[in-house]
Design a protein around this ligand. Structure first.
Ligand SMILES: Cc1ncc(COP(=O)(O)O)c(C=O)c1O
Length: 361
């Protein structure tokens, strides 16, 4: 196979079981937006449910529609902003939606029935109202509308991964409003925590946790997922398609960004930025070739990268692992993210549709 993302659904299931146990009695909501952070939303959602996720969450109406079309049942939340047309799609998918303006409540009520979660912006500065009085008006409008169910009260943390003090300030701003609302409305689901908060701040777990990155076995703190007993679910691999001798002064790849200073063996691996291997990894990554860690050399092209095999050539066809573990060697999405100055989320979301996903149960 030229390029393959192998997804271990058992790992997603076990990660969810671990998160569900950690969060209990709070429920686990598995966040499977952006095609399950690049892993495949439908298989990831099924594995998450098998691991004990009671809820699923996505960002868009089309994502909700896709899950229902694939036969996924159970509570489903669309967390993103919705236009009128998208609201139609979300409600047809029997998804709960998020509201923070009274006009939007009227738009939902005109289409209903639906479950609605009211969002207070406690510091993320994105979706939600900053005004507690407005949040109350929105909630009471939902409760009063026939066909609508006031299902949840929510907020979202801006810094759960790197500034726990600000997260605690957000939680302190959220709790009085949400608790008061819950005391007036039986069964209201109160939720705030993402993966980092779930793992780092027990007080944030409330009635439900919304975990994305951790269910895929990646570390929200950009360190080692094993620190939290999480197993990376995705492996990205290709193979060595060509092997050639290179002499001092000869180069590999566009722009001659790698020029050999000694005799060596160069392997060509047919995967590139067209597959999501970012060009900024030029001369700045490792690949596991037949389990041996070798440097990626030269410019990442759209469809190929080169690796320096040193004095040990391999046969064409040798395996090349860009994300994954072989023996004692391991390349994490977190490692690539560090080299790129980004986060693991962007690494797996960035694996392009050209790369087939294959699933291990
Ligand atoms: C509103 C909301 N809740 C929860 C999550 C899940 O976050 P994480 O992947 O960090 O667990 C996201 C994802 O960004 C989100 O936008």
């Amino acid at each position: 196979m030229r390029a393959l993302a192998r997804v271990d659904l058992g790992a997603i299931e076990r990660n969810c079981a671990r998160l569900a146990a950690t969060a209990a009695p709070a429920q686990l909501c598995a966040v499977v937006k952006a095609d399950g952070y690049g892993h495949g939303a439908v298989p990831a959602a099924r594995a998450a449910q098998a691991g004990g996720a009671r809820w699923l969450a996505v960002a868009t109406a089309a994502e909700a529609e896709g899950l229902r079309a694939a036969g996924l049942e159970g509570p489903l939340l669309v967390m993103g902003a919705l236009t009128g047309t998208e609201l139609d799609v979300a409600l047809r998918a029997r998804a709960d939606v998020v509201a923070w303006r009274e006009e939007f409540v009227a738009a939902i009520a005109a289409r209903g029935p639906a479950g609605v979660h009211v969002k207070l912006d406690t510091g993320m500065g994105r979706l939600g109202t900053r005004d507690v009085a407005e949040a109350d008006r929105v909630a009471e409008a939902v409760a009063a509308a026939s066909g609508l169910r006031l299902a949840g009260a929510m907020t979202h943390f801006a810094t759960a991964d790197d500034d726990p003090a600000f997260m605690r300030d957000q939680l302190a701003a959220f709790r009085p409003w949400a608790d008061a609302l819950a005391s007036r409305h039986d069964g209201l689901l109160v939720h705030a925590a993402n993966s980092a908060a779930t793992l780092g701040e027990p007080e944030s777990r409330l009635g439900m946790v919304r975990c994305g990155i951790a269910i895929y076995g990646m570390d929200p703190f950009q360190r080692d997922p094993a620190d939290h007993g999480l197993e990376p679910a995705l492996e990205l691999r290709s193979y060595v398609a060509a092997v050639k001798r290179i002499e001092p002064g000869q180069s590999a790849g566009y722009g001659r960004r790698f020029v050999a200073d000694r005799e060596s063996w160069i392997g060509t691996v047919p995967i590139g930025y067209g597959d999501g291997v970012r060009r900024a990894l030029t001369n700045n990554a490792d690949v596991l070739v037949d389990g041996r860690r070798v440097p990626l050399v030269g410019t990442v092209s759209m469809d190929n990268v080169a690796v320096d095999l040193g004095d040990e050539p391999v046969e064409p066809g040798a395996e090349a692992v860009l994300i994954g573990t072989r023996g004692g060697e391991r390349i994490l999405a977190e490692d690539l993210a560090r080299r790129l100055g980004t986060i693991n989320y962007e690494i797996t979301c960035g694996i392009s549709p050209r790369v087939p996903r294959e699933y291990d149960e």
